[in-house]
Design a protein around this ligand. Structure first.
Ligand code: ADP
Length: 351
C-alpha cells in the first residue's frame, strides 16, 4: 500500500467501529502507478449499500483534493472487512520484578550467575523466569538441559498469540537460543534481534512471576537500550571476574544503568571466579585473578558487592550437564543463597 495514500485514507473514520477505514479493514489495496494514476480497492459486505457508496465518494474526493493531476479509480469488492490486528497486550503485566544481569565482557560467568541466582530464588519459594537475551551466546537452554525444546504457539479467541516457555527445575525459560543457531548470531545484529526479543519479552506466556531475570548480552549495545526502554527493570546485577572489574566495559555498563534517562538501580556486583580452593587443601584460597578487586571498585563507584563466588568444578560441570550446581551442591547453594537474599532485600516487597 502506498504510504502517503494510506495516511490520507486514515482520515476517513468508519462510523460504526470509530476507527479509520484502513484499520477497520475496508482497504484492500491503494497504489499509485508510474503514470501517477491511483488505484484503490475497497472491500465491503454490500457494494450497493448507501454507506459503502458514501465512503467510496469520500475516498474519491480526498484523492482528487490531494492529487489533482491524477486519475483515481476506486473499485469496491464484495467481501467482509479484514480488520488489522491491534497490538496485543504485553504478557509482562503479571511480572512483579525484572532484574537485568549484565557484564562488561563475555566469559565472566554472567549466564552461570543468572541460572544459579534463578535457582536460589526458586528455592526460596518464588516464581521465577529467565529471558535469555544473549544473542551472541544464548546458553540458558544448555544450562537448564532444554536445548531441544521447540516453543509452541498458542492463540486465544481474540487472535492474540503466545509463546509457551520451557520449564526446568520449576523455572520458566525463554531463550533466543530456541530460535537461532549460535553460529547465526552475528547476522542477528541490529533490528532483527531487537524485534525478536521484543516478541519474546511481550508474547511469552510468563504468567505470574515474582522475578524475571534477563540475561543480557555482554557489553552495552542496541539490545540493552531496547530492553531498557521497553520494560520497567527493577534493578541490575553486574557480573565480573576480579581482573575484569575495573576495565572500561564494566564501567560503561554501570554508567549505562545510572544514566539519568535510564535510572535503573544497580543492586550490586557479583565477583565470579574470585578464588580457587583445591579439594586437597580446603583451607587455602588462591586468588588467581587478583584479590579484593570487586570490593575496591564497588566502594569507588558506590555500589554493593552482592557476593563472591569461587571457581568450583561443579559450577562448570552443572552448566554442561543441564542442571545448575546451585540446585545440588551445598557449597554453591550457600554462595547463591546469600546473593539471592541480598537481591530480595534490595527490591521492593510490593509489586
Ligand atoms: P558468560 O555468560 O559471561 O559468557 P558463562 O556463564 O557462559 O559466561 O561462563 C563461562 C564459563 O565459565 C562456563 O563454562 C561456565 O561453566 C564457567 N564458569 C562460570 N562461573 C564459574 C565458577 N564460579 N566456577 C567454575 N566455572 C565457572
Amino acid at each position: 500500500m502506498n504510504e502517503q495514500i494510506e495516511a490520507l485514507l486514515r482520515q476517513i473514520i468508519h462510523p460504526e467501529s470509530g476507527q479509520d477505514i484502513v484499520d477497520s479493514g475496508f482497504v484492500d489495496r491503494a497504489d499509485m502507478g508510474e503514470d501517477g494514476n491511483i488505484a484503490i480497492t475497497l472491500r465491503f459486505q454490500k457494494a450497493r449499500d448507501p454507506f459503502t457508496q458514501k465512503i467510496k465518494r469520500q475516498v474519491e474526493q480526498l484523492m482528487a483534493e490531494h492529487f489533482p493531476a491524477s486519475n483515481t479509480l476506486v473499485i469496491v469488492r464484495e467481501a467482509p472487512p479484514k480488520p488489522r490486528r491491534r497490538e496485543q497486550q504485553t504478557t509482562t503485566n503479571e511480572i512483579c520484578r525484572i532484574i537485568a544481569v549484565a557484564s562488561g565482557k563475555g566469559g565472566v560467568g554472567k549466564s552461570t550467575v543468572t541460572a544459579n541466582l534463578a535457582v536460589a530464588l526458586r528455592q526460596r519459594g518464588y516464581n521465577v523466569g529467565i529471558l535469555d537475551a544473549d544473542i551472541y551466546g544464548p546458553s540458558q537452554t544448555k544450562m537448564f538441559g532444554c536445548e531441544g525444546y521447540v516453543p509452541e504457539a498458542e492463540v486465544d479467541e481474540d487472535g492474540n498469540q503466545y509463546i509457551i516457555p520451557a520449564q526446568s527445575l520449576g523455572i520458566k525459560i525463554q531463550s533466543i537460543g530456541f530460535f537461532i543457531r549460535s553460529t547465526d548470531a552475528l547476522m542477528w545484529r541490529g533490528g532483527m534481534a531487537v524485534n525478536a526479543l521484543h516478541q519474546l519479552l511481550h508474547q511469552t506466556k510468563w504468567g505470574k512471576l515474582d522475578y524475571l531475570l534477563v540475561d543480557l548480552p555482554p557489553g552495552t549495545g542496541d539490545i540493552h537500550l531496547s530492553i531498557i526502554n521497553e520494560i520497567k527493570i527493577s534493578g541490575a546485577v553486574i557480573v565480573s571476574t576480579p581482573q575484569q572489574i575495573a576495565v572500561a566495559d564494566v564501567i560503561r555498563g554501570v554508567e549505562m544503568f545510572r544514566h539519568e534517562q535510564v535510572n535503573i538501580p544497580i543492586l550490586g556486583i557479583v565477583e565470579n571466579m574470585a578464588w580457587f580452593t583445591p579439594e586437597e587443601l580446603p583451607e587455602n584460597r588462591y586468588y588467581l585473578f587478583g584479590k579484593g578487586g570487586a570490593s575496591r571498585y564497588a566502594t569507588e563507584v558506590g555500589v554493593d558487592v552482592l557476593g563472591e563466588v569461587p571457581i568450583i568444578q561443579s559450577i562448570m560441570e552443572g552448566s554442561d550437564d543441564g542442571r545448575p550446581a546451585g540446585g545440588y551442591d551445598a557449597r554453591v547453594e550457600e554462595y547463591y543463597a546469600e546473593i539471592a537474599a541480598k537481591v530480595v532485600d534490595k527490591l521492593p516487597t510490593e509489586c
